[in-house]
Each structure stands twice: as structure tokens, then as C-alpha cells.
Design a protein around this ligand. Structure first.
Ligand code: BV8
Ligand code: ZN
Length: 232
């Protein structure tokens, strides 16, 4: 795939979804990093589920913004676009993108802590907190990758191959702090991809960027696409 977009929480900011490390990222004075962990869940599954239920509720009211929607147009137009997202909000799929790899899982997927059952649910609110497994009645958990947990090896392998084969990698709305996702721009660069960063802030991968749009995703993606269309 020629064009790969690596996205983070920042691309959903203009849809009203709080970023992880921005001011609004706190929930009941807890930092998401402290709640998105296996130990927090083992200690207090109901609290962690209240955090995820709050996010599901909030995201269910958010719409894809112009950046999401333009990436959906580009997938149809540019002969393909592959999205690799760190986000769990599902807004890329809501905008219409088909080729989306969710590195860190999804708010809309659950899995059992007792058996290997996995399922999706858009129910807002969930009928019970914590939810239980429809197959065995065991305690359910969000099917997301928590800090300290490994990513699905097959998903990580796919994302790594796509990064290595990209001609262009758009890096949109990520602080590039979380690994192994943050290693993907370097892998793309080492394989001669052109790196385009779209983010109002500087990040640790800004030094890899061939082109920087130091602005929000909605205007930055539009500007990049206009440049790209005019020069191809
Ligand atoms: C793992 C799902 C192996 C849950 C998330 C080195 C190698 C390997 C691991 C590590 C390592 N060093 C440290 C680690 C551990 C850890 C890690 O990377 N920690 C960091 C904080 C240092 N990594 C892990 O634990 C990973 N597991 O590697 O397994 C292993 C096993 C055991 C022990 C060690 C290693 C798992 C990481 C996945 C964690 N799960 N999410 C959930 O969502 O509930 S990560 C979470 O952070 C979200 O997915 C989020 O997307 C992600 C990254 O954050 P960003 O998306 O970048 O968002 P952020 O808020 O940070 O930044 C927003 C950006 O947007 C900013 O730059 C801002 O300027 C910009 N912005 C704001 N507004 C706009 C905008 N941009 C554009 N437009 C706007 N309008
Ligand atoms: Zn079960």
C-alpha cells in the first residue's frame, strides 16, 4: 500500500474525544495510563469498567470529523490507503474506511477473562457493569491492549510490514510516546518512506518528518491532500 496513515488520539480530538495526555484526558482525577492496566482491572474491575463505560458513552455521541472523513475519501480515491490506528474509538470505521488496523483493540469489543470468548457490543450503557461473558458467565473485560500487555503479534506483524512497504506515512495526532506503535514511523523512514507529520505540537518523531503540518488534523490532512493531488 502506497499511503499508510498512523493515527493517534489527536485525530479524534476535533470530534470531542479527549486525548490521552491532553488536559481533558483525566477521568475522576485518574490518569488513563493508571486505569488502562491489568493491575487496575484486577484491583477494581468495576472502577475500570466505569471508566470504559464513560468513554463508550462519550464516543457514541461523537461523529467522525473532517480529517476522518477525508481519509475515507482518500481510501476510495488514491488507489488505497491503509490506516494503522492506536485509537480504540472506532471513528475511522464510522467514517467509512475499510482498511483499518486497530493496534490497541476497540472500545466496542469485549472478551472473557475466563474463557476465550470474544464479542462486540454497541450497547450504551452496557446492561450490567461489570459485564459477564454470554458463553460462560465469567467476568468480561474490554478487548483493548492495556499498558504492560503485548499487542496481538499478528496485528503487529501486519502493521510492521505495511510500515516497511509504505511510500508515504502520514503520522496524524499522536504524541509518539507509546511503543511499539511509535516505532512504526522509524521503520517506514528506514525503508525510504516519505514521513508527513500532522500535529499542532512537536513530537519525538518530528525529526524524521519530510513534511510537517504544525496544525490540527482537519486542516492539516486537507492541506496535505491538496498538495499531494496537485503534485501527482
Ligand atoms: C507492550 C488502549 C510489550 C487502551 C493504549 C518500549 C518497548 C515496548 C514497550 C514499552 C517501551 N517503553 C515503555 C513501554 C511500555 C508501554 C509504553 O510504551 N509506555 C509509554 C507511555 C512510555 N507500552 C506498552 O505497555 C505496550 N505493550 O509494549 O508490550 C511489553 C510487555 C510487558 C512489559 C513491557 C513491554 C502497550 C501499549 C498500548 C497501551 N494501550 N490504548 C485504551 O485506549 O484504553 S495506548 C493509548 O496511548 C491510546 O491507544 C493512545 O492512542 C496511545 C498513544 O497516545 P496518542 O494516541 O499519541 O495520544 P496522546 O494523548 O498521547 O497524544 C495526542 C496527540 O495529538 C498529541 O501529540 C497532541 O499534540 C495531538 N493533538 C491534539 N489535538 C490535535 C492533535 N493532533 C491533530 N489534531 C488535533 N486537533
Ligand atoms: Zn467466558
Amino acid at each position: 500500500m502506497r499511503i499508510v496513515a498512523l493515527t493517534g488520539a489527536g485525530i479524534s480530538a476535533e470530534s470531542g474525544v479527549p486525548t490521552f495526555r491532553g488536559a481533558a484526558g483525566l477521568w475522576r482525577d485518574n490518569r488513563p495510563e493508571d486505569l488502562a492496566t491489568p493491575s487496575a482491572f484486577n484491583r477494581d474491575p468495576k472502577l475500570v469498567w466505569e471508566f470504559y463505560s464513560w468513554r463508550r458513552e462519550l464516543v457514541s455521541r461523537c461523529k467522525p470529523n473532517d480529517a476522518h472523513n477525508l481519509l475515507a475519501e482518500i481510501e476510495l480515491d488514491a488507489g488505497g490507503l491503509q490506516i494503522i490506528t492506536q485509537n480504540v474509538d472506532g471513528l475511522h470505521q464510522k467514517a467509512g474506511n475499510q482498511n483499518v488496523i486497530e493496534l490497541h483493540g476497540s472500545l466496542w469489543k469485549l472478551k472473557c477473562t475466563n474463557c476465550d470468548h470474544k464479542w462486540s457490543s454497541d450497547d450504551v450503557p452496557l446492561p450490567e457493569l461489570p459485564p459477564t461473558c454470554p458463553a460462560c458467565g465469567g467476568l468480561a473485560r474490554p478487548d483493548v491492549v492495556w499498558f504492560g500487555e503485548s499487542l496481538d503479534p499478528e496485528i503487529l506483524r501486519q502493521a510492521t510490514v505495511l510500515a516497511a512497504e509504505a511510500r508515504i506515512m502520514l503520522v496524524i495526532g499522536t504524541s509518539a510516546l507509546v511503543y511499539p506503535a511509535a516505532s512504526l514511523p522509524r521503520i517506514a523512514k528506514e525503508n525510504r518512506a516519505r514521513i508527513v507529520e500532522i500535529n499542532p505540537q512537536e513530537t519525538p518523531i518530528s525529526n524524521l518528518a519530510d513534511e510537517i503540518f504544525r496544525e490540527p488534523a482537519t486542516s492539516g490532512v486537507r492541506k496535505w491532500w491538496q498538495h499531494f493531488e496537485n503534485s501527482n
